[in-house]
Write a protein that binds this ligand. Sequence first.
Ligand code: DC
Length: 230
Amino acid sequence: MNRRPVVTIDGPAGAGKSTISKLLASRLSFFYLDTGALYRAFAYRLKCEGWDGTEQKIADICREMKVSLKNEAGRFRVLVDGEDVSEKIRTEEIGLLASKISAIPLLRKHLLPVQREMAVVGGVVAEGRDMGTVVFPEAEIKFFLDASVGERASRRYLELVEKGQPVILKDIENDLIRRDCQDRERSVAPLTVPTDAVVIDSSDKSVSQVVEIMIAVIERRYPLAKPFSE
Ligand code: DC
């Protein structure tokens, strides 16, 4: 039986990667792998314990902390040493800290095999910043999802308002710009467009339009694999 493909989706914060990756994974019956959640889990632990800014503290957490990602009945769950932190890691503060610590080589090195292990049998939609470039350079299908800063900020704003978080649009936009800079300019595994990726600008597209474009790309390459089976 052919191995099912790995589909990677990279792009900046707020481009719609999570919503789209989840829907795509569900359409294909693939495992949804949100690698940002791993960096967020580390950021969350550092925030809880108080970070002295040292790499030693990160090395200690790498040694001691166990993060697992689960797809349970269509819901994506993040567990840190057995505690469900799925909601707690979704704040702007944790996002910014995750972006900051994701530039630290020892953390990226620690998470590399963790991410690869989760895709070893194929049949995965993996989203992040370095999926198609570093973690899964051999992935069969790669997408880069982009959108204008203004559009990304207003989407994120509406999402947080819906969750009841008190936010200001301009702050969100500034945070996104800062995060973009950190993610694109770090020296290890920066956010870049993989050379063999299909680039989609979602600024003027609905979620379902983007998913349909992706499905069409996948079906063109795997005409006999619809739907994918084990
Ligand atoms: O996708 P996200 O917003 O949940 O990711 C949070 C941060 O984690 C992001 O700003 C940069 C970092 N990250 C990364 O460096 N590499 C990844 N593959 C995924 C996320």
